[in-house]
Design a protein around this ligand. Structure first.
Ligand SMILES: [Zn+2]
Length: 260
């Protein structure tokens, strides 16, 4: 069985540490900071046996060089020469067998063009998704390189996964995202209830993650661009924006959030 722990890094990043019951082997996802990873490995008596990268931003990749200096381990990531240290490039068609678990790779451009996500459906547990900066709890990544259409299409790939999928995002942005979600859908009681729960978690300095796709379907406006309540709110906020399809609603919503 896989255990997944959050290693907080920088202001609000999470580096996810995966390990097994039966061995000392472990993996990290998006190690932007090597020192916090080394401390966690020491504390938990784990050996690092591989690295998964979702996209090229420095806060996800900066630890690769230090972590691989004295270790001969695979570093999986997108095919992007801007990321140094990748030993196995992934184009979205392959599966990856690591820690006794098979991961499939999903291409999820939008936040960046090279963005990929890692999904696995382990035998004895709910599915897991490492979605980097694509999907956040109650929100989505900024469109730095891709278009709203690309991001919407990436979201549709995630929406097609089983709804009990546990969602491991790379940042703790949940409370700020819920404030926006509540503005978009003030009558959505699930958002209100969940915001109260997250406030309590954060007061105890506990992560709000993982989320689940099932939860995101009820609280995340970017997962709800087909709902009348969201479409009406976007129309009222941006009366002149073209809103004839899901991606246009998604784009207008993202624009609204950028200026929120
Ligand atoms: Zn990023």
């Amino acid at each position: 069985m896989i255990h997944i722990q959050a290693i907080p890094a920088f202001q609000d990043n999470y580096i996810w540490l995966l390990s097994e019951d039966c061995s000392q082997q472990s993996l990290v996802v998006d190690p932007g900071d090597a020192s916090v990873v080394e401390k966690a490995l020491d504390r938990l008596d784990l050996e690092l046996s591989g690295i998964l990268i979702t996209h090229h931003h420095w806060d996800h990749t900066n630890g690769i060089e230090t972590l691989t200096k004295n270790r001969s381990i695979p570093v999986y990531g997108p095919d992007n020469s801007a990321i140094s240290g990748i030993t196995h490039t992934l184009d979205g068609t392959e599966t990856l067998a690591v820690l006794g678990t098979e991961f499939s790779i999903l291409k999820t451009p939008g936040h960046t063009l090279d963005h990929i996500a890692y999904f696995a459906n382990p035998d004895q547990d709910d599915p897991i998704l490492f979605c980097g900066d694509t999907l956040f709890s109650a929100g989505c990544g900024r469109l730095f390189e891709g278009t709203a259409e690309q991001m919407q299409s990436s979201f549709n790939k995630l929406r097609a996964l089983p709804e009990n999928t546990r969602v491991y995002c790379a940042h703790e942005y949940t409370l700020a995202n819920l404030a926006f979600a509540q503005t978009v859908e003030p009558d959505n009681h699930s958002i209100k209830e969940y915001r109260n729960k997250v406030i309590r978690l954060r007061e105890q300095n506990r992560p709000s993650l993982p989320s689940s796709l099932k939860l995101e379907f009820t609280i995340n406006p970017f997962m709800r661009t087909d709902q009348n309540s969201v479409i009406t709110a976007v129309k009222e906020h941006a009366p002149n924006a073209p809103l004839s399809n899901d991606s246009e609603v998604f784009g207008a919503l993202r624009h609204w959030k950028d200026h929120f």
